[in-house]
Design a protein around this ligand. Structure first.
Ligand SMILES: Nc1ncnc2c1ncn2[C@@H]1O[C@H](COP(=O)(O)OP(=O)(O)O)[C@@H](O)[C@H]1O
Ligand SMILES: [Mg+2]
Length: 264
C-alpha cells in the first residue's frame, strides 16, 4: 500500500544550516499495517511523514502509494490519498463551525460542490453513527461549535475528518502529545477503533514507548534519518520498554536519555 524507496532529503543544502534529515530511508507497508514510529528528537520522523505527504520535493528516491508513483506529485494532488493529524488540537478543525459542518466539509473534500454544507438527513444519521462509534458522547452534540470542545474531543473529531474518505495512508504525528495522559489514552483507543474498522494503513509517530508497544502490529525506530529497527507480530507483542532502549543504544551507539516523556 505504501512504498518508500531509498529517500534522501537535505534541508538548506550548501549553507551553514545544511541538515541531512533523511539518509536513504526505505519502508514498505502492507494494506492494514498499523505502524508505530519512535526515535529521538530530530531523528527524521516528521520529515518522513512530510515526504510521504509531498510537502517539498525529495532529493532522491521514490514514494509509491497503492501502486501509484506519487514522487513528483505536489502535495495537493496527493491529498486525496492521505489523511493527516498533527499534535495541535487547534488545527485540523474549524472552531467557528459546528461539528456536523466540519464533518460535511471533510466528507466532501475534493468534490466540486465541496463548499456547500447543507446537510441531508442521511448525512446527519451517518455523522451521528460515526461519532457514536468513538464513544465520546459527541453524537448528541452535532450542532455544537467545535471551539467549545475539549482538546481530546477535537483530536478525535480531527481523526474522524481525516479518515471519513478512507485514505490509503493515515499519518499521525504525535497526535496525542498535547493531551493529558487520560485524554491521550481515550484518543488512542478511538484511533485504534477507527484504524481497525477501516483497515487503514497507518503510520503513528509517538514519543511514548509504551504506546508504541501497545498499539499497532508493527513498530519502527528511526535514528539519524534512517530506520534502525523494524519489529512486527508476535515479536512486537513481547517487547518491553527496556528492550527498546537497549535496541536503540545498540543500533545507534547513542545512549538513550532516560527521559520520562520518552519512557511514558
Ligand atoms: N523544513 C525544515 N527546514 C530545515 N530543517 C528541517 C526542516 N524540517 C526538519 N528539519 C530538520 O531535520 C531534522 C529532522 O527533523 P524532524 O523530522 O522534525 O525530527 P523528529 O524525528 O523529531 O520529528 C532536524 O534536525 C530538523 O531540525
Ligand atoms: Mg517530529
Amino acid at each position: 500500500m505504501l512504498e518508500i524507496k531509498n529517500i534522501y532529503k537535505t534541508f538548506n543544502p550548501g549553507t551553514v544550516n545544511e541538515k541531512a534529515a533523511l539518509k536513504g530511508l526505505s519502508l514498505t507497508l502492507e494494506e492494514g499495517d498499523f505502524v508505530t514510529v519512535i526515535g529521538g528528537n530530530g531523528a527524521g520522523k516528521s520529515t518522513m511523514l512530510n515526504a510521504i505527504a509531498g510537502v517539498w520535493p525529495l532529493d532522491q528516491g521514490q514514494i509509491i502509494i497503492d501502486k501509484t508513483d506519487v514522487t513528483s506529485l505536489p502535495e495537493y494532488k496527493r491529498a486525496k490519498f492521505i489523511g493527516r493529524v498533527f499534535q495541535d488540537p487547534m488545527t485540523g478543525t474549524a472552531a467557528t463551525m459546528q461539528i456536523d459542518e466540519n464533518l460535511a466539509l471533510a466528507a466532501r473534500r475534493g468534490q466540486k460542490r465541496g463548499l456547500k454544507t447543507n446537510l441531508s438527513k442521511a448525512d446527519t444519521e451517518e455523522f451521528k453513527s460515526l461519532l457514536a462509534f468513538l464513544d465520546l458522547g459527541l453524537e448528541e452534540r452535532l450542532t455544537s461549535k467545535v471551539g467549545l470542545l475539549s482538546g481530546g474531543q477535537r483530536q478525535a473529531l480531527t481523526l474522524l475528518m481525516a479518515t471519513i474518505q478512507k485514505p490509503k495512508v493515515l499519518l499521525l504525528d504525535e497526535h496525542t502529545a498535547a493531551l493529558d495522559p487520560k485524554t491521550a489514552a481515550t484518543v488512542l483507543k478511538a484511533t485504534e477503533k477507527i484504524v481497525n474498522k477501516n483497515n487503514l494503513t497507518t503510520l503513528m509517530i509517538t514519543h511514548n514507548m509504551k504506546d508504541a508497544i501497545t498499539y499497532g502490529n508493527r513498530l519502527v525506530m528511526m535514528n539519524d534519518g534512517k530506520i534502525i529497527l523494524d519489529i512486527r507480530g508476535e515479536e512486537k507483542k513481547k517487547l518491553t520498554v527496556e528492550a527498546l532502549l537497549h535496541e536503540f543504544e545498540k543500533a545507534s551507539g547513542v545512549e538513550f536519555t532516560s527521559d520520562s516523556a520518552i519512557l511514558g
